[in-house]
Design a binder for this molecule. Structure first.
Ligand code: PGA
Length: 246
C-alpha cells in the first residue's frame, strides 16, 4: 500500500505564493511512490484546487468546524470544504490546541462532523517535552486517543488517519529536533494498536516533526509509519518533491 505524505503549509504563504507552490508541485510530483496531499490555508483552497491538474496531488484543509451548518462565527463548514474538492482535513494540530485552546472534546466533534461529510480526518496527537521527560508518553497518548476518538465510528481503515507529532519535534518550537526513526516506529506501533482497539479498524499513523530530506527516507522505511506530515520542508519545492519520491 502507498504511504501518504501530507504538506501542512500552515499560515506561511500569501495567496500568490500558495498558487505558485501548488503549480510547481503539480509539475514536479508524480504521486507514483506515495499519495501526496497539499493543505493550504482556507483562502487558498480554491486556487490550489484548480492548480493541481495532473491528478497526482490531492487537496486537504488545516481545520474544519464541529458542525455542518450553524451560528459558528469564523468557522468553515466541512460541507463547503467537500464542495471545494477537499478530501482530507487536519484536526487537533498542536498549534490549534495551544493557541486556539482546542481540547479533545472539540476535536472529537470536529472528527465526527468531518466523517459525516466523507472527509478523512488527519487526527494529530503528540506529547510535550515535559511529558516525554517524565516517561509518561504512552500513558498520555493512550488517554488522548481515548478522549479524541471517543464514539468515533469508521467503516473502513482508510476513513481516518492519525498523525503522531511529538510537540518538542515540530520545527518551529525551540530547540526542536526530529525523533529517531526507530523510536518513532515503536511509538507508532503503540498508537496503531491503541487506535485499532478504539476504532475497530487498523488505521495509518503518520509521523510529523522536523521531517526533512535527510531523515524522511528513514521514517518512511519503518513498518509502523504510514507516511509523513511535513511542515517547513513542504514549503521548499525541491525538498518536498524529493521527499515525495522516496
Ligand atoms: P515541521 O511541522 O515539519 O515544520 O516540524 C510539522 C507540523 O507542525 O505539522
Amino acid at each position: 500500500m502507498k504511504k501518504i505524505i501530507i504538506a501542512n503549509w500552515k499560515m506561511q504563504l500569501s495567496l500568490k505564493e500558495s498558487l505558485e507552490l501548488a503549480k510547481q508541485a503539480d509539475k514536479k510530483i508524480d504521486g507514483k511512490k506515495n499519495r501526496v496531499v497539499l493543505c493550504p490555508d482556507f483562502s487558498a483552497l480554491p486556487f490550489v484546487g484548480s492548480a493541481i491538474k495532473s491528478g497526482a496531488l490531492e487537496l486537504g484543509a488545516q481545520n474544519s468546524a464541529m458542525d455542518a451548518r450553524g451560528a459558528y462565527t469564523g468557522e468553515v463548514s466541512p460541507v463547503n470544504l467537500k464542495a471545494l474538492g477537499v478530501k482530507f482535513v487536519i484536526l487537533g494540530h498542536s498549534e490549534r490546541r495551544e493557541y486556539l485552546h482546542e481540547n479533545s472534546g472539540i476535536i472529537n466533534l470536529k472528527i465526527k462532523a468531518a466523517l459525516k461529510q466523507g472527509l478523512v480526518p488527519v487526527v494529530c496527537v503528540g506529547e510535550k517535552l515535559t511529558v516525554k521527560k517524565s516517561g509518561e508518553t504512552e500513558a498520555y497518548l493512550s488517554r488522548e486517543l481515548g478522549h479524541t476518538l471517543k464514539g468515533v465510528k469508521i467503516k473502513k481503515a482508510s476513513d481516518l488517519i492519525i498523525a503522531y507529532e511529538p510537540i518538542w519535534a515540530i520545527s518551529t518550537n525551540k530547540n526542536a529536533r526530529p525523533m529517531s526513526a526507530a523510536d518513532a516506529d515503536a511509538i507508532h506501533g503503540f498508537i496503531a494498536a491503541t487506535a485499532a482497539r478504539i476504532l475497530k479498524n487498523p488505521v495509518s499513523v503518520l509521523y510529523g516533526g522536523s521531517v526533512n530530506i535527510v531523515n524522511a527516507g528513514e521514517f518512511l522505511s519503518q513498518k509502523n509509519i504510514g507516511g509523513l506530515l511535513v511542515g517547513g520542508a513542504s514549503l521548499k519545492i525541491k525538498d518536498f518533491s524529493h521527499i515525495c519520491s522516496l
